[in-house]
Design a protein around this ligand. Structure first.
Ligand code: HEM
Ligand code: HEM
Length: 178
């Protein structure tokens, strides 16, 4: 019988997917707007709110992963495939902590509040320009790691779906009635 991710693991996964596929286009829109205009600030608030939700979910997810281990890989999977899958999984989890934390410190370090839609968060490293600059660099460069990891992840899912046909996608879906 195929081992599946549990309903809790699947819910956390698909919520994250939705949020990640929302936050990236929002970021690209923010970057295309003139800084500090009402539209820019509104879209940036959406970006921050989505990012804070992602990091909260990721912390829950990492904790949950320690409580309920993911199902082992199918026995048919070669070692290189297991290693690559593990590296991409850990990479995605790390990226979903590093991105929000660096975005937060970028904002507060440069003396802007993290207060999406009036919800006020603490002023960590407040007006510490060195921290703000470093965090901005991390946020900007790490986005390329995010795109690469998502690309690799989707390539992996496609490879299993089209080439290996080993039912891997079904592990992240509810049982099918067919
Ligand atoms: C998983 C979470 C996140 C992802 C994937 C993400 C991704 C991005 C991307 C791709 C950009 C555009 C960078 C560029 O092209 O230069 C960006 C910009 C930005 N992000 Fe994030 N971000 C996340 C979370 C956050 C959080 C939580 C905050 C703040 C609390 C934040 C604050 C910012 C700021 C201030 C900008 C620059 C806007 C500007 O001044 O033009 N981000 N983000
Ligand atoms: C930004 C988008 C995505 C992120 C951040 C993400 C993240 C992750 C992570 C961290 C895992 C590992 C779960 C664990 O072992 O605890 C995982 C597994 C998985 N993801 Fe995604 N995912 C994304 C998009 C997608 C999409 C679009 C699909 C399907 C088309 C997908 C299908 C799967 C499947 C099938 C697994 C289980 C792999 C296995 O059986 O070992 N993911 N994903």
């Amino acid at each position: 019988m195929m081992l599946r991710f549990s309903p809790v693991q699947q819910t956390l996964h698909w919520l994250t997917v939705g949020l990640m596929f929302a936050i990236l286009p929002v970021a690209w829109v923010v970057m295309s707007l003139k800084e500090d205009t009402p539209k820019f600030l509104f879209m940036l608030d959406i970006h921050k709110a989505l990012g804070l939700t992602i990091v909260a979910l990721t912390v829950v997810r990492i904790a949950w992963r320690l409580i309920e281990r993911p199902p082992g890989h199918p026995g048919s999977m070669p070692p290189w495939n297991r290693t690559l899958s593990a590296v991409v999984t850990v990479g995605l989890l790390i990226a979903m902590v590093v991105m929000p934390v660096s975005g937060y410190l970028w904002t507060t370090g440069h003396g802007y509040d993290v207060d999406p839609f009036g919800l006020r968060f603490p002023r960590i490293a407040w007006k510490d320009k060195a921290v703000g600059d470093a965090a901005a660099a991390v946020h900007n460069y790490a986005q390329w790691a995010v795109y690469s990891l998502i690309g690799l992840h989707l390539a992996g899912v496609s490879y299993h779906l089209i080439v290996r046909r080993d039912g891997l996608l079904g592990r992240m879906l509810p049982p099918q009635a067919l």
